[in-house]
Design a protein around this ligand. Sequence first.
Ligand code: PHE
Ligand code: FE
Length: 289
Amino acid sequence: MTTDTLPTHPPEGAAADWTVPQNWDRYTPEEHGVWDTLFARQAALLPGRASDAYLRGLDVLKLSKPGIPDFAELSDRLMGLTGWQVVAVPGLVPDDVFFDHMANRRFVAGSFIRRADQLDYLQEPDVFHDVFGHVPMLADPVFADYLEAYGKGGQRAVGLDALKYLARLYWYTVEFGLVAEPEGLRIYGAGIVSSFSESRFALEDASPNRIAFDLERVMRTEYRIDDFQQNYFVIPSFEELLSATTQIDFAPLYRTVRRQSDLAPGEVLPDDVVVTRGTQDYARGKALA
Ligand code: PHE
Ligand code: FE
């Protein structure tokens, strides 16, 4: 993701496009061990929960190979499949840098990994979130196209001062999206698939609402970055997500959304197509605590 509280120049040691060498040789055995621990935990949870496209990506990219993946090797595989690459950046990067990479099929990833005593604690996206969470979906040709289109849409949205609305689309699809598959709901958002607790909460907990994806509705919806989501949005398929976003001009949509009120994270509207209605018990418990 991006933020607007950043310096406008790359830090020392970074290139003009903010990329840095991954320095794969410098990871310690402990750091590789953290990856392996996180990988084993998630790999056990995801069959039957993660989307087919995600699980296929995990497999074809050979992400089960022990240790933190080498971005060069990963990029070679990915390039052959969908033309994407993974490049290392020092942390969060400015919006225009983020979108420029994405529009050119380069996925920016943090190269650091969380500490062994912080397996579930994450302030900034680390290599496990970025690579385990995001990269498998980039092996899917349709999703690969979606993310490139999103990058180009981001460049446009900067000029239209509409990033707030476009960021919500990213949040509720790329980070926290659900997809309806023939066998049932599945997770594909990187924030969910890389989270031990949310990968179950998003699908199995009674608390959150699961609502059919609607572009305008999603663009109006605020989100929480520090806790489980109260609403998840369900796409019918990646093809539908791609066509729903690429076949429409967002400029007039941004104008419509700007005139409407923002919607709170857990709200349900009369027009929503609700897949599962949540109790909101989790959110209420948090509010009382
Ligand atoms: N169609 C969008 C626009 O007109 C671009 C876009 C495509 C944005 C896909 C996000 C995802 O700006
Ligand atoms: Fe992410």
